[in-house]
Structures are given as C-alpha cells and as structure tokens.
Write a protein that binds this ligand. Structure first.
Ligand SMILES: *C/C=C(C)/C=C/C=C(C)/C=C/C1=C(C)CCCC1(C)C
Length: 242
C-alpha cells in the first residue's frame, strides 16, 4: 500500500496532483531545513516549523497518493489527520512571529482551539454525519471566520502592528493566505458534498464530486503550506540581510 507501483493513468488528475504534491512538499521541506543555518537565530524556530508543516504533509501525500491509486477513493481520514497536525502548526507560526510584540499563550490556544473545531466539524460533515453536511459546514465555517477575524482585525493584527515593519508586512501577506488561500477548502467541500451549499449540489455524480474535492484540496495545500512557509522564510531572511 505504501509503495504503490500502480501506474497513474494520464487522465487521473487526483493521483497526479497527489504525486506532484508529494514531490513539492518534499522539496520544500529540504529547502526549509537546509536554510535553517542561513537565517538569524531568532527566526530559526519559525523556519523549522515551516519545514515541519511541509514534511508532515509530504509523508501524508505519499501515503494518500498510493491509497487513492489503489482504492480509487478519497483518502478522507488521512487528509484530516494531516490537517489536524499542520493547521495548528500554522497557528504556532502566527504566535511565534507576534511573540516578540507580546503575544500570550492564550492567543495560541484560541487559534488552535478554533482550528480544531473547524476541522472536526468538517470531518463530521464529510464522513459520519454526511446527511447534515450543510450544518457541519456552517459550524466549521464559523470557526474559520473567527480565525480570520483574529488575524485580520483581532489580537494577531494589533500585535503585528507593534512588532516592527517586517513582521507587520509578513502578517498582512499571511492574512491574505488565510482569507483567500484557505477559502479554497470550503469550496472543495461544497463541490464534494451532497447538499454542499444550502442544499445545492454543483457536481451531481458522486465520483466526480469526490474528484473535484480532492483536486481543490490538493491545490489549496500546495499554495497554503509551501507559500505560507516561504513568507516566513522571506521574513527571516529580510532581517538577516540588514
Ligand atoms: C495545510 C492545511 C490547511 C491550511 C487546511 C485548511 C483547512 C480549512 C481552512 C478547512 C475549512 C473547512 C471549512 C471552512 C468549511 C467546510 C469544511 C472544511 C474543513 C473544508
């Protein structure tokens, strides 16, 4: 299972994006880990966390590619295992970069708590309580908006303002990632779930719906995990060049 040698059919975009995703996440991890020695000491933990995020994703993608190839199904469980590990680590990134401006552990817990609600609700909507996918999607969406609120207008935003121009700039870019890049996920959920948007189903064939969902999630992961890490890396670098 882990070392599937089944060939990827040319029109199998799901397995193909899992394959590309694995490679991109691996390459990004190598990059972040090797660059650890080229960034100032105070940013090392942040860049390390960037590498851990892409590394955890690489391992999951490697597995999910084989799983999808051999069963033809969506690897929903491992998708959510990946997210439940990596999204809280992204919350840690926000905490680390605002810590010098006085971020408290309570802020970190708020972000982590909201992201766990967001993901557990999404998982329920995709699996156990499929018939109530709209309800669970709305609950998940509320937690998502709360996270976006904290980053755009709440504590994260105000701390970033006092943390100096480079942190303020990086936080603004990361805030856009959360607002636009993360919004691809609920879109994938809507495409892949019966009754996805208040009872409307866009893709009616369940197999095609799952394909649309997986491709949306795979694209979103590449943008958000690698892009997010690069913003942190650029922030770390900008300070070392001074
Ligand atoms: C690396 C993985 C990341 C950044 C995953 C983020 C996932 C989300 C922002 C998921 C959000 C969802 C909703 C807002 C509603 C529908 C259910 C979810 C879980 C897909």
């Amino acid at each position: 299972m882990l070392l599937s040698t089944v060939a990827i059919a040319q029109d199998n975009y799901v397995a193909f994006t899992f394959f590309i995703g694995t490679m991109a996440m691996m390459a990004a991890s190598v990059f972040f880990f090797f660059e650890l020695n080229n960034v100032p000491q105070k940013w090392r933990t942040s860049v390390l966390v960037s590498g851990l995020i892409t590394f955890i994703a690489a391992v999951h993608y490697y597995y999910m590619r084989s799983y999808n190839l051999e069963t033809g199904d969506s690897p929903t469980f491992f998708r959510y295992v990946d997210w439940i590990l990596t999204v809280p680590l992204m919350c840690v990134e926000f905490y680390l970069i605002t810590k010098k401006a006085g971020a408290k552990a309570s802020l970190l817990w708020k972000l982590i708590f909201a992201s766990v609600i967001m993901l557990v609700a999404g998982y329920f909507g995709e699996t156990v309580y499929r018939a109530d996918s709209v309800l669970w999607g709305v609950i998940s969406g509320a937690a998502y908006f709360y996270i976006a609120y904290l980053i755009w207008f709440g504590e994260v935003a105000s701390l970033a303002q006092t943390a100096g121009p480079s942190v303020a700039k990086a936080t603004r870019i990361l805030a856009w990632f959360v607002l636009v890049g993360w919004a691809i996920y609920p879109l994938g959920y809507i495409l892949g779930t019966p009754g996805g948007l208040f009872g409307t189903t866009f893709v009616t064939d369940p197999k095609e719906a799952a394909v649309a969902m997986d491709i949306a999630y795979n694209i979103a992961d590449a943008i958000n995990k690698i892009g997010f890490g690069l913003v942190i890396y650029t922030l770390a670098k900008s300070e070392s060049d001074k």
